[in-house]
Design a protein around this ligand. Structure first.
Ligand SMILES: [Ca+2]
Ligand SMILES: [Ca+2]
Ligand SMILES: [Ca+2]
Length: 428
């Protein structure tokens, strides 16, 4: 009688293990690792896992709900047959029904959107998406819950037939969020996945409407603050070049969005040379000024210190608005047309991403936005995308932000205004 009960129990354990092994999730590395961890049999009904499923879930046993079960994974894992002599004194009488309760499903949760580390502007719609499945239950029987470690519950969703769970919200507060997707099957077993995103507010825009605070914005060379309420790099005269830099704030490394306005034109001899926004990764203003002092005029646009413009090694990010075609004097442009380009490390001769922008020399205000996400850089002009591509090996390293511009034989005004920076929320 006692032996029969043991045999019954072993048959069930083996059968259930077999069923579990038939599931791809349960044979994953994560599942296996947890099975060995679970040898003490202390896993609970609510055990959840980020990357897989717990041993309890995989095997289908749930010591928390199959009340008196004495057979756990430990017995199966160690695979030591019971000693019939020793066990003969232990009364094992009932509960075989509880032990062989119906197999339970293994839920699965995975967040598919947004991308890890994505940054959103506060108040804008954030579209969360994920997958919820289960080895036994159909998608419609599952319950998905979206939460934020910062804002709490975001909402419950029932998966569609394909297991897709979506939630769109524009209510995330400003800051870093760890977004959780929890999927619960009808037996109450959960699987979870998480992803960090940033929700940030734009910093106070720089309107440049009043005279510059010298402790924050420093003027170099021919640049000046224009009482019209903007920054002027050159004035409309030949042979000028200047810079204005923020020496008080450091733009953090990581994903960033920058927006600013430009106006150029009104010059002689067809207009030149152009201007640029730069972020230079140096540790101090002293280092910054050492770099700026080397920057060339003319085709070097007031920021060129490397390539044909010099030999300074520096980590820097630039967006140039170039209105004069240089051909080996000293650097070479990729087109005879006006262009907006992303260049790096003080070298105006290497146009990593660029687009022709014929109409920008009209001395009207145009809005430029720059969005960096990982290695990808997206630039728009008046809301129209110019390019949105990855630069191999590129990482935005942050630094001091500033503006430069230059004229030569031809001239133009080179104006900047309304600088806004949307920075990834950095958790310290
Ligand atoms: Ca202004
Ligand atoms: Ca040029
Ligand atoms: Ca150029």
């Amino acid at each position: 009688m006692i032996i029969r009960v043991w045999i019954t129990r072993w048959v069930w354990v083996l059968a259930l293990l077999g069923a579990a092994c038939a599931e791809p999730v349960a044979t994953s590395g994560a599942g296996a690792a947890q099975a060995s961890d679970a040898v003490d049999g202390s896993f609970s009904a609510n055990t959840t896992a980020l990357d897989g499923v717990s041993a309890a879930e995989a095997v289908g046993f749930d010591s928390g709900t199959s009340a008196d079960s004495e057979v756990g994974l430990a017995d199966a894992a160690t695979a030591v047959p019971p000693d019939s002599t020793a066990d003969a004194t232990i009364p094992i009488t009932a509960d075989s029904k509880a032990e062989v309760s119906a197999p339970k499903g293994v839920p699965y949760a995975a967040i598919t959107a947004p991308a890890k580390g994505a940054v959103f502007e506060v108040g804008k719609l954030v579209e969360l998406a994920g997958i919820a499945t289960d080895t036994l239950a159909v998608a419609g029987q599952l319950k998905a819950e979206w939460t934020s470690d910062k804002d709490g519950l975001l909402g419950f969703v029932t998966p569609d037939a394909a297991g897709v769970v979506k939630l769109a919200t524009s209510k995330l507060s400003s800051g870093q969020h760890l977004i959780w997707l929890e999927v619960k099957n009808p037996q109450g077993i959960s699987a979870m996945d998480s992803r960090s995103i940033g929700v940030c507010a734009w910093g106070t825009p720089e309107s440049f409407d009043t005279k510059l605070d010298g402790a924050k914005w420093k003027i170099y060379g021919d640049a000046y603050w224009d009482p019209g309420g903007w920054l002027e790099m050159t004035g409309n005269a030949q042979g000028k070049f200047g810079k204005i830099w923020n020496i008080a704030d450091f733009v953090q490394p990581g994903d960033v969005q920058i927006s600013f306005k430009i106006a150029t034109g009104g010059g002689i001899n067809g207009g030149a040379d152009g201007f640029a926004l730069s972020v230079i990764d140096v540790k101090s203003v002293v280092e910054l000024e050492a770099v700026l002092a080397k920057a060339g005029d003319g085709g070097c646009l007031g920021y060129g210190v490397a390539g044909a413009c010099g030999t300074t090694k520096v980590s820097a990010f630039h967006v140039e608005m170039d209105t004069f075609n240089n051909v080996g004097d000293p650097n070479t442009d990729p087109t005879a047309e006006n262009h907006i380009a992303v260049t790096l490390d003080g070298d105006p001769g290497k146009h990593w991403l660029w687009k022709e922008t014929p109409g920008i020399e009209d001395l009207k205000w145009h809005t430029v936005t720059v969005e960096v996400q990982g290695a990808k850089v997206r630039v728009t002009l008046d809301g129209t995308e110019l390019f949105n591509e990855a630069i191999a090996g590129f990482l935005f390293r942050g630094g001091y932000i500033g503006f430069t511009g230059s004229t030569g034989w031809a001239s133009n005004y080179h104006r900047f205004d309304e600088l806004k920076i949307l920075q990834q929320c950095v958790v310290k």
